[in-house]
Design a protein around this ligand. Structure first.
Ligand code: ACO
Length: 328
């Protein structure tokens, strides 16, 4: 049976490192508070003039190198981001232009932290249907230019970082590849983690910047609670659908929202630390980019071996959540 297999991975973060101490210089926070509650030690921020498609392009170059393929061998682009370069068009077409690939389709996905899993599901479906041989899937985010980097926004601003991760998927007839994906959403929680404006209901001309509705707002405790329970459920859903046990899973990579959330999931599932990969300590929460960035680093560190059973899971704004089980 045909399915999609990840044949190359790459990630990129902009050079500028912002430590917790750096943030404490511009807002009332501390390294201890951030580390204790989130596990984050530092993150990367772009310099002026670098956008989401630029980060995506850098990560894609590395994924192409890793897979020993050229840009012209890509049949379709899927780019997941909540921080596109422009209101429209999406960043997928900008990435396509940077890659110099003529007229292939480019789709932007807006399911926030779950964007990579949604993208993986779409790419796999396209490949299973025989529509495309090779699909480029990228998660890319520039959070730093849209955060409230003052004490007023500290509960959210300390969490996020900029970065991109890319995966090149190719059709395979073998045992390796995406075994299943499971996607969920529950719009009744849309306002628990959102940026309200600008949008069609609150267009720029009527926007009062002093109300700060253009900055992300989050009900942190509600998000925490839902994240832990839904991560666990959707991981179990992936395992059950494939008739495998959690003990058979070689690596679990969850969206890097918060180290405490990841650890709560790991402890509930009684997995040893070496079966979970985390890098939020170095990058913060990079939303749609976090899973491909983690996969790319895990591969570079030799933690992804052929034949491994790898589970991916994400949860985020929407609420949206999902999982994927992959035979590496
Ligand atoms: N530095 C110092 N103090 C802070 C900061 C900060 N950056 N942010 C908030 N505080 C203060 C609050 O004002 C509050 O002060 P008060 O007691 O005087 O009122 C105190 O710290 C405790 O605030 P809480 O919001 O109760 O802190 P909590 O322990 O819940 O931790 C946190 C907040 C880290 C956001 C937590 O709720 C959380 O991890 N939620 C999950 C959200 C998450 O991970 N989101 C990621 C994005 S969504 C996703 O990717 C799934």
């Amino acid at each position: 049976m045909k399915r999609a297999r990840i044949i190359g991975l790459g990630h990129y973060v902009p050079p500028k490192v912002v430590t917790n101490e750096d943030l404490a210089k511009v807002m009332d926070t501390s390294d201890a508070w951030i580390r204790e509650r989130t596990g984050i030690q530092k993150r990367h921020f772009v310099e002026d003039g670098m956008g989401t498609a630029d980060l995506a392009f850098e990560a894609t170059k590395k994924a192409l190198q890793d897979s020993k393929k050229e840009a012209k061998e890509i049949d379709f682009i899927i780019l997941a981001t909540l921080s596109p370069d422009y209101f429209f068009p999406g960043s997928g077409v900008l990435l396509q232009e940077k890659l110099g690939i003529d007229s292939i389709g480019a789709l932007d996905i807006r399911t926030q932290c779950t964007g990579f899993i949604y993208g993986l599901s779409i790419a796999d479906t396209m490949i299973r249907a025989g529509q495309y041989e090779r699909v480029l899937l990228v998660g890319s985010e520039v959070h730093s230019t849209a955060l409230d980097l003052s004490t007023r926004g500290r509960d959210v601003a300390v969490l996020f970082g900029d970065g991109a991760g890319a995966a090149l998927l190719e059709a395979t007839e073998g045992d390796q590849g995406v075994l299943s994906t499971h996607l969920h959403a529950e719009g009744r929680y849309a306002k628990e983690l959102w940026v309200e404006a600008p949008g069609s209901l609150n267009p720029v001309p009527i926007l009062n910047l002093e109300e700060c509705r253009h900055f992300p707002k989050m009900n942190g405790r509600e998000v925490f609670k839902h994240a832990v329970t839904r991560f666990i459920k959707v991981i179990q859903e992936a395992l059950e659908a494939n008739h495998v046990t959690k003990e058979e899973m070689d690596l679990l990579v969850v969206h890097q929202a918060n180290l405490r959330i990841a650890e709560a999931v790991r402890e509930y599932l009684r997995l040893p630390p070496e079966k979970m990969y985390n890098n939020i300590q170095r990058y913060g929460n990079t939303t749609a980019a976090s899973i491909p960035m983690a996969l790319s680093e895990a591969k570079a560190e030799g933690k992804l071996k052929e034949g491994d059973l790898v589970c991916l899971a994400a949860f985020g704004s929407g609420f949206t959540w999902g999982s994927a089980l992959i035979r590496w």
